[in-house]
Structure formats: C-alpha cells, structure tokens
Design a binder for this molecule. Structure first.
Ligand SMILES: *Cc1c(COP(=O)(O)O)cnc(C)c1O
Length: 379
C-alpha cells in the first residue's frame, strides 16, 4: 500500500447522498452536489449522479471540464466566475453563480458569440460578506440582466456561514424568500431556483415549519463528511468517516517533550511553545504540510498530533508503541479533505464498505473493529 494515501469509501458517500436527497427532497428542496472538495473527482461525481443528484457544482472550471471529459452525465454549476474565464464558463458550465454586473455582461458577450444561452443564479448579500449583490442594488441589477442577450436569470441564491460566520436562520431565509417573491412580481418573471445556502442550512431546515420559496441547497461537506457546518455536528444516519488518510511511521521511540538547546524560530517562522511532560513515546510519520493541511487531521484515539513540518508529522502515541513501517490512519476535516484531494503526493484509493468488511473478516479478529483506525498491516 502506498503512503500517504487517502481512502475514499464510495458506498458511504452513496449512502450519504441518498439520505440527504430523501431528507431535503421530502420537503421540496432539491440538492446540488458540490464537488470542489474532491476537485471534481469523476468517480465521486458519478456516485452522486447514480444516487439521484445530477446537478453538480464546482468552484473551478477545470474541475468541471475534468468531469465532462470523463463523461459524467450531469448539469454543471460554476460557483465562482472569473472575468478572465468567461469563454470557458459559457462553454463548459450550464449555470454560474454571479454577483457582479460587469462579469454578467462579459458572460453575455461570450454566450452571444457562441450562440448559447447561459443561465445565471444571482447571489444576494445577506450579511456574511463573501459574495452577493447588496439588496439595495438588486432591482437595478435585475433590470439590466433581463436586457442582456444570451443570459437567462435562472434564480437567486445566498451563501452564509462562510466568511463572516453569519447563520442561515429563519430570518435570513425569509428575506431571501421575500426578495424572490418581490422580483417575480416586479419584473413579471419566474425564478426556478431559490438556492438558500450550503451544509450550514441543516439546522434551519430541521427547525423551520415553513421553508418559504427556498427550493434548493448546494451541499458539499454534508455529503462527504456527514456533518452540518454551523456546529459541525454529525447529521443522523450519515457516515462521517467516508474519507481517511494513512501515513507510515519512519521513526519511533522515547524522546523528551521539550526541545533542548538554544531556541530560535521553527521552519515556518513561529516561536514554538512546549509543555514539559517528561519523556514521551513519539512517532514520526512520513507526511507533512507539503502533502496535506495537517491541522485538519484527527489522530486515532489515544494519540495526539504534536505538530508537523513540510515532510514530517510528529505524534505523541501515549500508551501505544508504534514500529517503523506501521501505518496510522487519520480522520479529515473539510480543510484537510480539500488539500488531500488536491495533493499530488497523496495516492487515492477507492473502496466500498463491503470491501472493508471483507478485510476485517480476513483478519480473524486480530484487529477489533473499534481499533480499525490503527492498523499494523503493511500490505
Ligand atoms: C463551497 C460552496 C458550497 C458548499 O458548501 P458546503 O459547506 O461544503 O456544503 C455551496 N455554495 C457555494 C457558493 C460554495 O462556494
């Protein structure tokens, strides 16, 4: 087995997609599957499509092209439009999120040149201060958009809980609903998609009896990691461990917990601080910041991550004794997942839960399921 390696359990992701589609679909909310955390990985994209989510979104046009080239049968939404890419956007994306009239004008020119109709979802600023047109500027923007050839206003949307940590609560969703209703009346148009947000909208959805005009969410993290993103609590019936990352031990032994010698700065220019807990069992792993965002890794139970440099991750293994060559498996948060899937130095392995069951059975109880996170298999 090559390391470092990310293991992707397609069966768990398939299950998460089906549960979420059912949950939201039962109350009239469609799902757009956001593939950017997986860099538009066609294997994962196909799992979303075969489980009923055939509208996919990515923030990068090259990821969308990657899925199209691999034959993924879906509609594609681009989440972030660059003015320098409008030609590619109208060519590869069916729909794009937009919040600036000058870019929408460029899209209109590019679409007209190709004799295409490009759909847009206009993003509305509701306080998180990432992207969006301020509500006060909305009427004039929509008036202009409706005059643009080659552009169809498919709907409106908002994105909260991203930059400013603003909650997508009932009040914000009511605002978006009433903006939709007002625009439709004022301009005598129909907005097909009122896209209320992302994985952070789960609590609003569960708590609200009335969903108003909101009929869509764009979901990434809850599909892949099984969590809502306001408190990062697991969503019932979803798998939170569809991805795991393994790396091998390259040095192991007893060392002091505090560095000795004259102190300067570490490899990243920080002044490190250490707590003295005497001699500790340390393992050094062949994975580092060059491979993955190590801050987002969750070590196996009983171990703690002491830190990482570009090429090494240092673990306090506490009670456990690891040997050189042992493989340690970590959980990933969203940041770690993004960076691991985008990493050139991390191998990707696709499995299905049923394969895992087979592996555990072959172990003949050598390794209890509860310790599956820590494996001393070297195959
Ligand atoms: C990344 C992104 C999403 C998905 O967010 P999750 O928290 O992963 O569900 C939705 N909308 C936009 C605009 C995004 O950029």
């Amino acid at each position: 087995m090559p390391t470092p390696e990310i293991t992707i359990d397609l069966e768990k992701i398939a299950s998460n997609v089906s549960v979420l589609k059912e949950l939201y679909g039962a109350r009239g909310i469609s799902i757009i599957g956001v593939t950017k955390a997986a860099c538009g990985d066609p294997c994962l994209a196909n799992i979303l499509v075969s489980n009923g989510v055939n509208f996919l979104a990515d923030s990068r046009i090259i990821n969308i092209k990657r899925m199209l080239d691999a034959g993924v049968k879906a509609k594609f939404l681009l989440l972030r439009t660059l003015p320098s890419e409008v030609e590619l956007v109208v060519k590869y994306a069916d729909v794009s999120l937009n919040s600036d009239l000058s870019i929408i004008r460029l899209l209109s020119e590019a679409a007209t040149k190709r004799n295409l109709l490009h759909k847009i979802i206009l993003m509305i600023e509701l306080g998180d201060l990432r992207e969006g047109i301020m509500p006060i500027d909305l009427n004039s923007a929509v008036r202009n958009i409706l005059k643009l050839p080659g552009i169809e206003l498919m709907g409106i949307g908002t994105n909260l809980a991203c930059f400013g940590g603003i909650m997508p609560n009932a009040r914000k969703m009511r605002m978006l609903s009433s903006i939709a209703i007002d625009l439709e009346k004022r301009f005598n148009i129909t907005l097909d998609l009122i896209s209320g947000g992302n994985s952070a909208n789960y609590n609003w959805f569960k708590k609200s009896e009335v969903l108003g005009r909101i009929n869509n969410l764009r979901l990434g993290e809850s599909i892949f990691l099984g969590r809502e993103t306001l408190e990062r609590k697991p969503i019932p019936n979803l798998f939170t461990d569809a991805f795991s990352l393994s790396a091998e031990v390259i040095e192991s032994g007893l060392k002091p917990s505090v560095p000795f010698g004259e102190t300067g700065l570490d490899a990243f220019g920080n002044k490190p601080v250490f707590e003295d807990s005497g001699q500790i069992k340390r393992a050094i792993l062949g994975i580092g910041k060059l491979d993955v965002n190590t801050d987002g890794l969750a070590p196996p139970d009983g171990m703690t991550i002491l830190g990482a440099t570009s090429d090494h991750l240092i673990l306090n293994t506490n009670e456990k004794v690891l040997k050189v060559g042992d493989v340690v498996t970590f959980g990933l948060n969203y940041g770690a997942l993004l960076s691991a899937m985008n990493s050139q130095t991390i191998a990707k392995r696709y499995v299905k839960t049923s394969d895992n069951r087979r592996i555990l059975q072959n172990d003949r109880g050598k390794r209890p399921a509860s310790q599956a996170a820590f494996s001393d298999n070297r195959d």
